[in-house]
Write a protein that binds this ligand. Structure first.
Ligand SMILES: NC(=O)c1ccc[n+]([C@@H]2O[C@H](COP(=O)([O-])OP(=O)(O)OC[C@H]3O[C@@H](n4cnc5c(N)ncnc54)[C@H](OP(=O)(O)O)[C@@H]3O)[C@@H](O)[C@H]2O)c1
Length: 368
């Protein structure tokens, strides 16, 4: 029997769950990988040595089963409706199973009065998980993933355009972390609770990049000029409806427009880059160019060709003729809990106190 504690990874087939599972197995930890279904991703995890658990993260019965015999866990709630339900199910099961340590993925934007319901659910989930006596928690406070730009990699490669609603091409910056680097911080915190219990870390890439720099990097990687094109919220919503990312619900799409607004306000540039990947993950953070090269090598659709260009053009035409969804109406129909006076991050005193480096340091000195 392994002397190392068994670790549960939820959303194990997802962007951060998959590399977290592989990195833990690589370090000799027994891992139970919670997936929604068996497929090529679960087969890859199983081949690497993970024990596969198929279940529904909304189900307390399933989560109880997944936690049997486990001592630590990575909690990664999917970006899906009823996020607070995911968090409550996980917290109740973790409390009952008396886990010793949990690493949970949060959001850089998490704040109590944020306009995004999903983000408020994350904030509440972060608070609930910390209430279990005897169980320590490390919070991974991630901003805008590098992976988000790669959602439009194929279109960029075929049409030479990076169309996203990120605002001014030179000004609006982010230091995007790769999924593997986020996972390295999760793993660092999971295997060393003594050092990381009670801490919050924000993994980022190595440098702040503007949308023009991101587009130029993709251009270098795919071997053609790629130009960033700022698009309106309406066009963004039309694109999400016409060519939906594989796993986003209609509810999630209503939240993405709010995250894009935060991007345009420069919220993801605040306090970035950080040294979390090096300090906690024990590795140098990957450059955007390195991870874009990896994505291109794994995705044949990103290699320019005449046939693929025609397909990308057809998708682009589809976006233009699609009627724009009405996010406010969708949220109303979905009975989303909406606040009378929501507050975006940089207008929130609480958010600034915890996220703006100078204010955070003053605060820490006061507590000490
Ligand atoms: N993307 C960003 O820029 C960003 C920024 C900050 C924070 N975050 C946080 O990151 C987290 C998401 O992490 P991620 O991107 O690594 O996850 P992800 O790639 O979205 O993976 C979620 C996984 O959960 C599975 N799943 C969905 N519903 C399920 C259910 N009911 N039961 C069981 N499994 C289910 C999905 O299965 P299938 O693949 O089979 O559909 C998927 O594999 C969220 O909590 C979000 O708040 C994301």
């Amino acid at each position: 029997m392994s002397a190392k504690p068994k670790i549960l990874v939820t959303s194990a087939a997802g962007k951060t769950g998959l590399p977290t599972t592989l990195q833990l197995l690589g370090k000799g930890y027994p891992v139970r990988a919670f997936v929604r279904k068996t497929d090529d991703r679960s087969a890859r995890l199983e081949a690497a040595g993970a024990e596969i658990f198929v279940g529904d993260q909304y189900s307390l019965t399933d989560m109880r089963g997944a936690m049997a015999g486990v001592r630590r866990a990575y909690q990664c709630a999917p970006t899906a409706p009823n996020g607070l339900h995911f968090n409550a199910v996980f917290t109740v099961a973790a409390h009952e199973a008396q886990l010793e340590h949990v690493v949970t993925i949060s959001q850089w934007l998490a704040d109590p009065d944020h306009p995004s319901l999903f983000t408020r659910d994350v904030y509440l989930g972060d608070s609930l998980i910390k209430m279990s006596p005897g169980m320590t928690v490390t919070t991974i406070n991630v901003g805008w993933f590098a992976d988000n730009y790669l959602m439009v990699l194929e279109m960029a490669a075929q049409l030479g355009m990076l169309t996203m609603p990120l605002g001014d091409g030179d000004e609006k910056k982010n230091a995007p972390p790769s999924n593997e680097d986020i996972a390295s911080v999760v793993v660092g915190a999971l295997i060393d609770p003594g050092t990381h219990a009670g801490k919050t870390y924000r993994p980022t890439g190595p440098e702040l990049l503007s949308p023009n720099e991101i587009a130029a990097t993709i251009g270098r990687v795919v071997g053609r000029r790629v130009k960033y094109q700022n698009i309106s919220e309406k066009m963004f919503l039309k694109a999400l409806k016409a060519v939906p990312p594989s796993n986003y619900s209609e509810a999630a799409v209503t939240q993405l427009r709010i995250y894009a607004e935060e991007y345009r306000r420069g919220t993801f540039a605040v306090g970035a880059p950080t040294d979390a990947v090096k300090r906690v993950g024990g590795r140098e953070p990957e450059s955007f160019e390195a991870l874009a090269r990896r994505a291109v090598s794994e995705r044949p659709g990103a290699v320019p060709s005449f046939r693929r260009r025609l397909k990308a053009l057809a998708d682009f035409m589809k976006i233009l003729i699609t009627t724009a969804p009405k996010p406010d109406e969708i949220e109303k129909n979905l009975n989303h809990v909406l606040l009378k006076s929501p507050i975006l991050c940089q207008d929130s005193a609480e958010w600034r106190e915890h996220h703006v480096p100078a204010l955070r340091e003053t605060n820490a000195r006061k507590v000490a």
